[in-house]
Design a protein around this ligand. Structure first.
Ligand SMILES: C[S@@+](CC[C@H](N)C(=O)[O-])C[C@H]1O[C@@H](n2cnc3c(N)ncnc32)[C@H](O)[C@@H]1O
Length: 437
């Protein structure tokens, strides 16, 4: 049999006895799949891993706590020899051979009568790849097949004539969800903005219509009514329409309005949430928006209208007393006025403040300051949107995850080092490595 390719067959093991001899790491890797397909799994081994023990306690499998005996093979439809003793595995394989039961030998694939494939389920398909000698290659091929199959949504998931509001995340293409990427790949029309992972438009299928309706600050833009009209028009042409926004469509993305417009026009509309910049951008600049003992919550607020303006309905002075981390979007232009208003409301001028520009992209830069100085410093540094401003004790933290040696470093950008920084187990505080504006 050595050197011959395997004959692939789909075994239906539901309610059929499968014997696994050995209870170590290999058995632990193989058994979940057997349980998944409904096999009655019996494990014979003097010891088993904690996870297998948990399965046994929950009744998912039967464990016989002893060494292997030849009679254990009686009645088994399929056998896995996975002990760390080649002699025992050989006994299991030879006993199986006599009974004409297929047996996988974990220690010496060629000496068994079956091979374990690299397997995955995609919708109603099972993908199984068997390599002759190289399990890593089988796994790589499996991943490639799964990716190809999963990359385009079915008509059920994304029917023609539907609009899908896709949140693209804050800019780094890796922060787009897999559901969002699948929708992009399946779309006939993509209506997108300037922010977000525009690189991923390259994933659109050939011939897809791609419309940029992004608004350049103080520059030309497509009115919202026109965007709504485009969404509805293309859906009525029986096309699959993706409305791609940066971050999450429902966070200052007018996603709710677009949803209502589509619904009112009788166009089916779905939502694939995105990773909002309000959380991801501070995170990748080393700022957790909540942190035990520093902040029990955070408030995401738009700073595009200055405090006191007739169109402003934000009570900045109330926010100043809230005790929450403030995450301000679209606030660059009004930063000094916002900071003044927060100080008027009672926030200390020494409250840490951070500005992060083009977060999550390779152009990311940041500035650390205090509420009293942040407006002046941001303007001196020439900060331009898109930027996120974080105000509150957490804005003094810089939990750097990019250190080249792999060791995290923590920096506190404040005179009063917050307590958690003192008690951190990460070692001494070091200078952060992030670029500065
Ligand atoms: C109209 S809002 C859209 C927010 C988006 N829907 C979200 O959930 O992230 C645009 C603002 O989000 C912030 N923003 C979005 N992406 C950003 C990024 N990569 N870096 C910094 N700020 C960003 C900026 O404050 C920008 O002015």
């Amino acid at each position: 049999m050595q050197g011959s390719p395997a004959y692939l067959s789909g075994l239906l093991l539901q309610d059929r006895d499968v014997l696994v001899v050995g209870g170590g790491a290999v058995a632990q890797r193989r058994i979940p799949r057997l349980l998944h397909v409904g096999a009655r799994v019996r494990v014979v081994a003097p010891q088993i891993t904690d996870i297998l023990r948990e399965h046994a306690i929950r009744g998912h499998l039967r464990w016989e706590e002893r060494e292997f005996r030849d009679q254990d093979l009686d009645g088994a439809w399929y056998v896995i020899a996975a002990t760390d003793s080649p002699a025992t595995n050989a006994l299991v394989a030879s006993g199986s051979e006599v009974r004409r039961t297929f047996c996988v030998r974990a220690d010496a694939a060629d000496l068994g009568s079956a091979w374990t494939p690299a397997t995955a389920d995609v919708d109603d398909l099972t993908v199984a790849v068997v390599g002759r000698r190289d399990p890593r290659r089988s796994r790589t091929v499996r991943e490639a097949v799964v990716k190809a199959l999963a990359s385009t949504p079915s008509d059920d998931e994304f029917p023609p004539g539907t609009v899908v509001l896709v949140g693209g995340g804050p800019g780094d293409p890796g922060l787009m969800t897999s559901a969002g990427l699948a929708a992009i790949r399946g779309a006939d029309v993509i209506i997108h903005d300037r922010l977000g992972p525009v690189e991923l438009l390259a994933e659109a299928r050939e011939g897809a219509e791609i419309l940029n309706v992004g608004k350049v600050p103080h520059g030309p833009f497509t009115p919202q009514e026109e965007i709504n009209r485009l969404l509805i028009d293309r859906a009525r042409q029986h096309l699959r329409v993706v409305r791609l926004k940066g971050g999450d469509n429902y966070v200052f993305g007018r996603g709710g309005e677009e949803w209502l417009e589509c619904a009112e026009a009788g166009v089916p509309v779905r939502v694939i949430p995105g990773v909002t910049s309000a959380v991801a951008v501070p995170a990748l600049a080393g700022i957790p928006v909540t942190h035990r003992t520093l902040s029990q919550g955070f408030c995401v607020v738009g700073g595009h209208v200055p405090p006191g303006h007739e169109r402003s309905d934000v009570n900045w002075q109330a926010l100043a007393t809230s005790g929450l981390t403030l995450v301000i979007l679209m606030g660059v232009k009004n930063l000094t006025e916002i900071a003044d208003e927060l100080m008027k409301g009672g926030l200390s001028p020494q409250t840490p403040a951070a500005v992060i520009v083009e977060g999550t992209t390779d152009r990311q830069s940041s500035l650390r300051s205090t509420l009293a100085s942040v407006g002046r410093e941001a303007s001196a540094a020439g900060v331009r949107p898109p930027a996120i401003i974080v105000v509150g004790a957490v804005a003094a933290l810089e939990l750097d995850h990019t250190a080249p040696n792999g060791y995290p470093s923590a920096t506190a950008h404040a005179e009063t080092v917050p307590d958690p920084m003192r008690t951190t187990t990460m070692g001494p505080l070091t200078a952060g490595t992030g670029r500065r504006v």
